[in-house]
Every structure is written in structure tokens, then in C-alpha cells.
Design a protein around this ligand. Structure first.
Ligand code: HAM
Length: 421
């Protein structure tokens, strides 16, 4: 679990801002669900034999309740959707979320025990149009975040019947070859054979090369759905690769499944930036009506490693520098006026020397320094230094704020203009 210090927060906030804007442009609205949910919710939604449920959940008992720190956002979103009867008010629901998730995984670069996800879910649209729209939106998002080498992988897992037929065929194929599988896959053979397809162990990869493909078991409806998805992606000119072995670690997926990778040099080839897919049976499985759904989540830390986006490290626009103890009150008043106009500023009230205050202004990236000493107070003026333009002038106190604002806006430096730019 990591601390995010102020020196890094600028990039976090920039990515979150771009994410929220992208999702709002596609009609998604933010939802915030609790970080703790009942353990049975995750067991039912994610699947008893998944790694997440078997090994990675932070679960505890409290006053007789079995609770878990959420390992992902989909189960909680589905619970909230159901609990608030959202389906009776709107035919299609588009939600996004951002926040910490918790998994007791072995930590490594890009894999943490508390990590942040940027996710979204669409309830009430069976696709495949919105599936293609979602994938295309994600490719645009990663472009805006300047992630190099983006690659999209798609697959279809079909519906429930398809999956059980494929599972049977897989078990018949793998059972006689069990001795050649890794110990983990041997134990998965009965519980979750699909995950063996996903194994990175070379022993398993050798065996699964000839395994039956899910595509041989898709029914006509599944096949048509998948063909249409690819047609839409082609029409959008969104490049993708069909990966028939893509299965992913959560049990709830049906039909469309996708993963997006990128920035291999920085993250390593195996590291997924975004994972998602359809889970058309989850809402009914949780006791609700038949509502199709699709969603995705991106790991924020991974996006930050992958992204070439840079943000300004300038913390402040102006420093108000009182010289001598009598100027502090006037300096605080001047700073308050600057802030009213959206100018980020700081006042040194510790009685530091002017030299020391100029050094701090430089360290904080301030462009303007407004100096108030005894003579300035007596004359009703402010000495204004523009550190970038190397200009210095004495301005009437009444004009100082407006002049400083004009300078900063011209240089697009103050907070308000940064936000709107
Ligand atoms: P997931 O594949 O388990 O899917 O996670 C999605 C993304 O979260 C991963 O691709 C990765 O970027 C990030 N992630 C996962 N675990 C960690 C970790 N330990 N440390 C850092 N980043 C991590 C889901 O969670 C699904 N709920 C996605 C979804 C939404 N499917 C449908 N709707």
C-alpha cells in the first residue's frame, strides 16, 4: 500500500480529471459505493474458485457480519443498482467510479495491495454496439493519457450453456494430460479449468496449445454478437486482436471480454492496463431481474507508469513578501485579495529575509513576487517583481491585484485559467 505525496499528486489528479471528462462526454455519471461490502456479495458475484475470492480478499468478522474490503468495483455497483431499484427508473444506466480497491497479492511494480481503479459499468444494454463504443472510448482515453503502444485484445466467452460445454471439453482434454500441468493448474482442473488457459507457466502453455477453443462452442447468438462487435470496431477503425485464449480472472464474464495493454517497456509485456467485459447474468444471479451489463476497470497506478503525460510542478503563482514585522497584516490582506481572483499565493509570516523569500518563490515556481516593506506601506504601493519577464515596478496598492492577474492570465498561469484550459 502506497502513500501518494504532494510531489506526485499532480499527475494523479490530471489523469482523474481526463478520465472524468471522457466518461461525462459519453453520458456516464459518477457513483460512489462503500469500500466495505458483505463477503457473500463478492463470493457470489466474482466466483468461489477465483484467485480473488480464494486468496486475495481482506475479509473480517464484525459483530457477526462477514465483511470484505472491496477487491473490485463491479460487485458493489451491481448491488447498489439492484438495491436502489435503478432498472425501474431508467432503461439504460451508465455509471463510472474511481477509488481504492484491496487485494492481498504479492506486490511488484504495478501490483499493490491497495490500488486505485478507474472503472465504469453500463446496465441495461445487451450490446454489441455499446461494447464497441466502450472499447473505442478507452482507446481514445489512453491516447489522451499519452500511453504508447496501446493494444486491444478481445474474445467472446459465450453465454452460460457455451461455457459449460467448453468446460466439459476442456476437462476431457486436460485430464489425461494432468501430469504435465503445473501444480496450481492440476488443482484448478476440477474447480476452474478455464483459468488454465490463462496460465503463464510454460508447462501449462505447452499443454493448452492443442486445447479446444471456446469459439467452437459459441452458439449462433453468441457468434452473431461477437461478429457484430468486430464489425463495429472495424467501422470505428479501432485496431484489435482476437485472442481465443483470453479468459481473465473473474468468473462473472459472458460474451464480450477485453483487455488493453500498453507501454511494454515501462510495464512489462504481461501487465494489463484495462480489463473488462460483459456480465449479463450477474444482476439476475444476485436475485434481481434479467439485466445485461458490461464494464471495465483500469489500474490508476499502472496508467501513471504507462503515461507520458507531464504536469506543471509549479505550486503557486505569486508570493507576497512582507519585509519587517509591521507589513505582515497588510501582506495577509493582499494575499486574500489575490486568492479571490483565483491567484494561488503564499505569504511568509515567519519574518524571513527578502532574499530567503525570493528563494522560496523560485522553489515554488512562483512567477510574481509582491513585496510590502515599511516604505511601500507608507506610500500605499506594492513592489511587484515578475520573475519570468525580469521586470520590476511599483504599483498603487489599489491596482496591484488587477495588474498581477492580467500578467498571469496572459501567461495562462493562474489556477482558474489552468482548470478551464
Ligand atoms: P481486473 O482485471 O481484476 O478487473 O482489474 C482491472 C485492472 O485493475 C487491471 O487491469 C489492473 O490494471 C488493475 N489491477 C488489478 N489488480 C491490481 C493490483 N493488485 N495492483 C494494481 N492494479 C491492479 C476488474 O476489477 C473488473 N471489476 C473490471 C470490470 C468492470 N469488469 C466488468 N466491469
Amino acid at each position: 500500500m502506497n502513500d501518494v505525496l504532494p510531489g506526485d499528486i499532480g499527475r494523479w489528479q490530471r489523469v482523474e480529471q481526463i478520465y472524468a471528462r471522457t466518461l461525462h462526454l459519453s453520458g456516464f455519471r459518477e457513483v460512489r459505493t462503500p469500500h466495505v461490502e458483505s463477503t457473500p456479495l463478492f463470493v457470489r458475484a466474482i466466483g468461489e474458485t477465483t484467485d480473488v475470492v480464494e486468496k486475495e480478499m481482506y475479509s473480517f468478522e464484525h459483530h457477526g457480519d462477514a465483511l470484505t474490503l472491496r477487491p473490485e468495483g463491479t460487485a458493489g455497483a451491481a448491488r447498489a443498482y439492484l438495491e436502489h431499484g435503478v432498472q425501474s427508473r431508467e432503461p439504460v444506466t451508465r455509471w463510472w467510479y474511481a477509488g481504492p480497491m484491496f487485494r492481498a497479492e504479492r506486490p511488484q511494480r504495478g501490483r499493490y495491495r491497495q490500488f486505485y481503479q478507474l472503472g465504469a459499468e453500463i446496465f441495461g444494454d445487451a450490446g454489441p454496439g455499446c461494447d464497441a463504443e466502450m472499447i473505442d472510448m478507452l482507446v481514445s482515453l489512453l491516447g489522451e493519457l499519452r500511453v504508447p503502444g496501446v493494444e486491444v485484445f478481445v474474445n467472446s466467452l459465450g453465454g452460460g450453456a457455451t461455457r459449460s460445454l467448453h468446460r466439459e471439453a476442456l476437462v476431457s482434454y486436460l485430464s489425461p494430460r494432468a501430469a504435465s500441468l503445473s501444480p496450481t493448474s492440476q488443482s484448478r482442473l476440477q474447480t476452474n479449468p478455464l483459468r488454465i488457459l490463462d496460465s503463464k507457466d510454460p508447462r501449462d502453455q505447452d499443454v493448452v496449445k492443442g486445447a479446444p477453443s471456446i469459439h467452437d462452442f459459441l452458439d449462433a447468438g453468441d457468434r452473431e454478437h461477437f461478429a457484430k462487435l468486430r464489425e463495429h470496431l472495424d467501422a470505428l477503425h479501432t485496431p484489435y486482436t482476437v485472442d481465443a485464449r483470453l479468459v481473465r480472472g473473474l468468473d462473472y464474464y459472458t460474451r464480450t471480454l477485453f483487455e488493453i495493454k500498453g507501454a511494454h517497456e515501462k510495464l512489462g509485456a504481461g501487465s494489463t492496463l484495462v480489463g473488462g467485459g460483459r456480465y449479463d447474468s450477474m444482476i439476475a444471479g444476485l436475485g434481481g431481474p434479467d439485466v445485461p451489463a458490461i464494464g471495465f476497470a483500469a489500474g490508476l497506478e499502472r496508467l501513471l507508469i504507462a503515461s507520458d503525460l507531464e504536469v506543471s510542478e509549479k505550486v503557486i503563482d505569486a508570493v507576497v513578501a512582507p519585509v519587517g514585522p509591521t507589513a505582515v497584516g497588510a501582506a495577509l490582506g493582499l494575499a486574500r485579495d489575490l486568492r479571490r481572483f483565483g491567484i494561488r499565493c503564499e505569504v511568509d509570516t515567519r519574518g524571513s529575509s527578502l532574499k530567503g523569500q525570493l528563494r522560496r518563490a523560485n522553489a515554488l515556481g512562483a512567477r510574481m513576487v509582491l513585496i510590502l516593506g515599511e516604505s511601500e506601506l507608507a506610500e500605499g504601493v506594492v513592489q511587484v517583481k515578475d520573475l519570468d519577464a525580469h521586470l520590476e515596478e511599483r504599483l498603487a496598492r489599489a491596482d496591484a491585484v488587477r495588474v498581477v492577474l492580467d500578467r498571469l492570465v496572459a501567461a495562462s498561469r493562474c489556477v482558474d485559467s489552468q482548470v478551464s484550459s
